[in-house]
Design a protein around this ligand. Structure first.
Ligand code: HEC
Ligand code: HEC
Length: 404
């Protein structure tokens, strides 16, 4: 764990590099957010705190930051394991409808990478005529539960929704984002045994469920958001200056660092929930929120973190993609997901979020629910039912959602 302390020290020394865009909101809470899972072993507890330090560490150019990057640490977009303040801006080329993607090549990717170091001079910035949307750094609370859920549970819910839709009982028809692994094989990951290029995997992570596992996500975030290469993603992303390396020659962080980050994310607990109001639980189900925000799904018996194995995980998501309507479209296709499709957001730790929805467009839970409604959204009927509740019932429902 020596490397972790070295990086924590680096964090203290790194003075940042000018103003960085964020959602402008401060986190106001006295409660500890990122706590380890209840019931973990001593070794897991130690791994949690070591990984937490790596997650907070601010990388410097000499550590391999860049040549292009968005932020220097994981925590700058996932402060205290919740959402933001850092955001990623995404670029898309769309036809006049503002929704349908145009076949335009993005040689440097879809993410705006505004900061340069290590000799780079040209950031990746949106050109004219592009649609620019924002994705806030998602909360990482309880994400180990999401990884532990059995594939066949998610397949079961997908089949159930399609059966109910076929019988005309519902408009909700989620589908799995079948994704490909873009990271190299990870010999030290006890959770999965995947190779580079393995496909047909059940996507779970990211606002469009574009990644299947947390080690793949950690390696992707290091490379894409920070310009930090690792054995899982050994190459710098293409950039306008054609640079293939930075001030840290070769691969920037080792496999232990990637796994420390993935392990930390796996071990972050779902914040303690209050005893639910039974009437609100009933409403949540009656008006169809629970069709997508499935209260619990069963986990794998062989998941290596014992506290997460073979349990009903209270995640309030089906991990499926849903058509969410024109108003939410971003013109982007992530793996198999379309412009208007989004993964059902897990309702976890909502009282700690600064704002709601993938781009933080909603300031309150009521606004978040209303934002589910636009042309073509599978959630339209559910929002109609919400709007026809009495003001008092709506309050009970949003209080309950906010307590999750
Ligand atoms: C510049 C901001 C930024 C930085 C830095 C960043 N992230 Fe993220 N993170 C995001 C955004 C935006 C998303 C949503 C991405 C998407 O929809 O594909 C995300 C999503 C995630 C998720 C998936 C959560 C979910 O609910 O599916 C995990 C896990 C994650 N990040 C971990 C990390 C780790 C580990 C690091 C550091 C190596 C990191 N992130 C660095 C912005 C950031
Ligand atoms: C058709 C599936 C579907 C239904 C029905 C549905 N949701 Fe959602 N919900 C989603 C998706 C997908 C997102 C993520 C959208 C985004 O990020 O832009 C979401 C996001 C949310 C969020 C924001 C969470 C966050 O992390 O920002 C809240 C709150 C929420 N839903 C509550 C509800 C409530 C309450 C109901 C019932 C009135 C409901 N939802 C019905 C699919 C659904």
């Amino acid at each position: 764990m020596r490397i972790v302390f070295k990086m924590a020290l680096a964090a203290a020394l790194f003075l940042g590099c000018g103003p960085m865009p964020d959602d402008g909101r401060k986190l106001v809470t006295d409660e500890a957010l990122d706590t380890p899972l209840r019931g973990v072993t001593e070794a897991e507890r130690a791994a949690f705190f070591a990984g937490d330090a790596t997650f907070d560490a601010m990388y410097r150019p000499v550590d391999g930051l860049g040549p292009l990057y968005i932020r220097g640490s994981c925590a700058s977009c996932h402060e205290e394991a919740t959402n933001g303040p850092g955001v990623v801006e995404k670029m898309a080329a769309v036809y006049d409808d503002g929704i349908t993607p145009k076949p335009v090549d993005f040689p440097y990717g879809r993410s705006v990478r505004p900061y340069v170091t290590a000799g780079a001079t040209t950031p990746v910035e949106p050109g004219p005529d592009l649609k620019v949307t924002q994705r806030v750094g998602l909360p990482i609370l309880g994400r180990g539960y999401l990884e532990a859920i059995r594939d066949d549970e998610i397949e079961r819910v997908e089949a159930l929704q399609s059966e109910r839709a076929r019988r005309g009982e519902s408009q909700v028809t989620g589908r799995i984002n079948r994704v490909t692994r873009h990271s190299q094989a990870n010999p030290d990951d006890p959770t999965h045994h995947l190779q580079f290029g393995d496909s047909g995997l059940v996507g779970r992570f990211g606002a469009k469920a574009r990644v299947a596992t947390l080690d793949d996500f950690a390696a992707d975030a290091l490379q894409g958001d920070m310009g930090m290469t690792s054995p899982l993603r050994p190459e710098e992303l293409p950039n306008p200056d054609g640079l293939t390396d930075d001030l840290h020659p070769g691969i920037d962080v080792d496999l232990d660092t990637v796994n420390a980050l993935a392990t930390y994310v796996r071990l972050v607990e779902i914040p303690q929930r209050q005893e639910p109001d039974p009437a609100a639980v009933q409403l949540f189900s009656d008006i169809g929120c629970a069709e997508c925000h499935v209260p619990s799904l069963h986990t794998r018996a062989d998941y290596p973190i014992g506290a997460l194995a073979d349990i009903d995980a209270p995640v309030y998501t089906d991990l499926l993609l849903h058509e969410m309507g024109t108003a939410l479209s971003d013109g982007l296709e992530d793996e198999d997901a379309r412009s208007t499709e989004w993964r059902t957001a897990p309702l976890i730790g909502l009282r700690f979020l600064r704002a709601y929805m993938h781009d933080s467009r909603a300031q309150t839970i009521d606004e978040a629910i209303r934002a589910h409604q636009s042309e073509g959204s599978e959630a339209n009927a559910s929002v109609d039912r919400y709007l026809s509740l009495s003001a008092e019932e709506r309050q009970r429902l949003t209080d309950f959602v906010g307590s999750l």
